[in-house]
Structure formats: structure tokens, C-alpha cells
Design a protein around this ligand. Structure first.
Ligand SMILES: NC(=O)c1ccc[n+]([C@@H]2O[C@H](COP(=O)([O-])OP(=O)(O)OC[C@H]3O[C@@H](n4cnc5c(N)ncnc54)[C@H](OP(=O)(O)O)[C@@H]3O)[C@@H](O)[C@H]2O)c1
Length: 255
């Protein structure tokens, strides 16, 4: 497979580029001259010489590992880049409903997509992007820190991803520079606010019996308070281009 890129100095992998925030991040990075690779089950509506897409269900973590350790990972040519980005955007809200009614299979899928895949990708990038600057943005949520009734899967998986980022921050302090991690590294847990995407539509589609706070999200939508995906996408792109951040930190939209 050919190596990606006409501008080989910067590349970013974005998961969830078929819609919403991931798509907007990919568009913004392409505008700024980055090479971009994306992953989602569907194709991405991006037709650009500097964009490469992998159709993959990230809950299939064995196939994910195979793809990244194999030809898709090789084609990213991470080792030779001055700046490498990873945006962990793909996630699911499902299963939604009381913890007492949450099925094991749904929980396992949520953990695979929202926690196992992004944490493994973080490790893959820590291993492979050793030469240049590594910038990781984990798309987080207030649900990583606050409980929402009916969202045990979403809250628990987002909390798991948040903690993994914090652990990498601790590893940057504990391991000798340049051994387990790249020397110039930042991981940011980024909360994008309430954004007008497919996921946000599914939040509003929940029954009040499954998600008691649904009324709040219906009101935000009805009163035009949702942000367009381009708004967090600009901030995520800025974070990927920034220098001097600590190994781990957190940001919120506008913050
Ligand atoms: N929207 C908000 O208000 C909001 C608020 C806080 C945090 N977030 C976070 O923002 C991130 C992006 O969500 P969004 O709001 O932009 O939602 P979205 O439009 O529904 O995007 C989700 C993306 O994840 C991908 N995805 C879902 N399941 C997948 C799977 N099994 N394998 C591979 N890719 C998968 C989807 O692609 P396919 O369906 O093609 O696979 C899609 O590209 C998520 O991490 C979410 O938790 C969103």
C-alpha cells in the first residue's frame, strides 16, 4: 500500500469520521494541510487526496489490531512524521436504560468501542509515534465525571477512557523520558459541549423511563442551543497543533 500524503510532516488518525464531530475534525485538518486517516463502519463523505479511510467496526478489537499492526498501520508511516495526532471520537451511547435492565452484550460492545478501542489506539500511537510530537485528543463528555440516570454504560466507558489518559500523564512522570512514551506528548480529555450530531439526536429519542433527563436535551434543541460540529472541531484541531501542554490535561468547549 502507498504511504499517505503529499505533506508528510503531519498526520492525524480520527475515529468516527463518517458523521458528527469526527467528520468535522477531519474536514478541518484537511483544510489546514494535514494528512488524515479515518475509521468508521460507514464510508466518510470526504473525497480528498490527503484522506484515507478504513471501514471497520471498532467493537471488533481483534480486526482493529490486525489492521493497525498490518497494512493500514504501516501506510500511516507514523515513524517519519514531525507531528502525529490521534482523535478518539467514535463512541456509542447505547445501551440506554436503568442499570438493572442493561444487557451484558450491549455493555460489552460499549466498553469495546468507547474504552478498549481508544485506549488500545492510544497505546499503539505511544509505541509507534516516537520520533516527533504526539498529540492525542480523547473526545470525552461530562458523563465521564458526572452520573446520568440511564447512562451506566456511557458514563462508565467515558470515565474509563478519561482515567487511561490520566494514567498516561502519570507514566510520563514515572518512566524515563523516551522509554515507554514519546518525549513530546500531550493527551487531552476534551468535552465538546452539546453538539448537533446523530448521537445528540439519539439522546433526544430516548424514552423518559430509560433516560429521565431527556427533557433537558429536548429543550436545548428546541431553543437552538446546540453547537455545530465545526465549533469543537476547530478547538480540537487547535489542540493538535499546540505545543507546551502537559502530558495529560482536560479541556471543555470554549475553555
Ligand atoms: N454530540 C454531543 O453532544 C456530544 C457530547 C459529548 C461528547 N460527545 C462525544 O463526541 C464523540 C463523537 O460523537 P458525535 O456526537 O459526533 O456522534 P455521531 O455523529 O453519532 O458520530 C459517531 C461516530 O462514531 C462512529 N462509530 C459508531 N460506532 C462505531 C463502531 N462500532 N465502529 C466504528 N465507528 C463507530 C460512527 O460511524 P459509523 O456509524 O459509520 O460506524 C460516527 O462516525 C463521541 O465520543 C461522543 O461521546 C458528543
Amino acid at each position: 500500500m502507498d504511504e499517505l500524503g503529499s505533506r508528510p510532516d503531519r498526520i492525524c488518525l480520527v475515529t468516527g469520521t463518517s458523521s458528527g464531530i469526527g467528520l468535522a475534525v477531519a474536514e478541518e485538518l484537511l483544510r489546514r494541510g494535514w494528512d488524515v486517516a479515518g475509521v468508521a463502519r460507514r464510508a466518510a463523505p470526504l473525497h480528498h487526496a490527503r484522506y484515507r479511510h478504513l471501514r471497520l467496526d471498532l467493537t471488533d478489537t481483534a480486526r482493529m489490531e490486525e489492521a493497525f499492526e498490518g497494512s493500514f498501520g504501516e501506510a500511516l508511516a507514523l515513524e517519519g512524521r514531525a507531528r502525529v495526532g490521534l482523535v478518539n471520537g467514535a463512541a456509542t451511547l447505547e445501551p440506554v436504560g436503568p442499570t438493572s435492565a442493561t444487557p451484558a452484550a450491549g455493555l460489552a460492545r460499549a466498553f469495546a468501542l468507547n474504552a478498549v478501542a481508544p485506549i488500545w489506539l492510544l497505546g499503539f500511537f505511544l509505541r509507534r509515534a516516537r520520533g516527533g510530537k504526539l498529540r492525542v485528543v480523547d473526545v470525552s463528555s461530562g458523563a465521564a465525571r458526572r452520573p446520568y440516570a440511564g447512562w451506566s454504560a456511557y458514563c462508565a466507558t467515558k470515565a474509563a477512557l478519561r482515567m487511561a489518559g490520566e494514567v498516561v500523564g502519570e507514566e510520563a512522570r514515572s518512566f524515563a523520558p523516551g522509554t515507554a512514551l514519546p518525549v513530546d506528548l500531550s493527551v487531552v480529555g476534551y468535552e465538546p459541549g452539546v453538539v448537533d450530531t446523530e448521537m445528540q439526536a439519539s439522546v433526544r429519542g430516548a424514552l423518559v423511563e430509560a433516560f429521565p433527563q431527556v427533557g433537558r436535551f429536548l429543550d436545548l434543541h428546541a431553543t437552538g442551543k446546540l453547537h455545530p460540529p465545526s465549533r469543537p472541531a476547530m478547538e480540537i484541531a487547535d489542540l493538535l497543533q499546540s505545543d507546551g501542554l502537559p502530558a495529560w490535561s482536560e479541556r471543555r468547549l470554549g475553555g
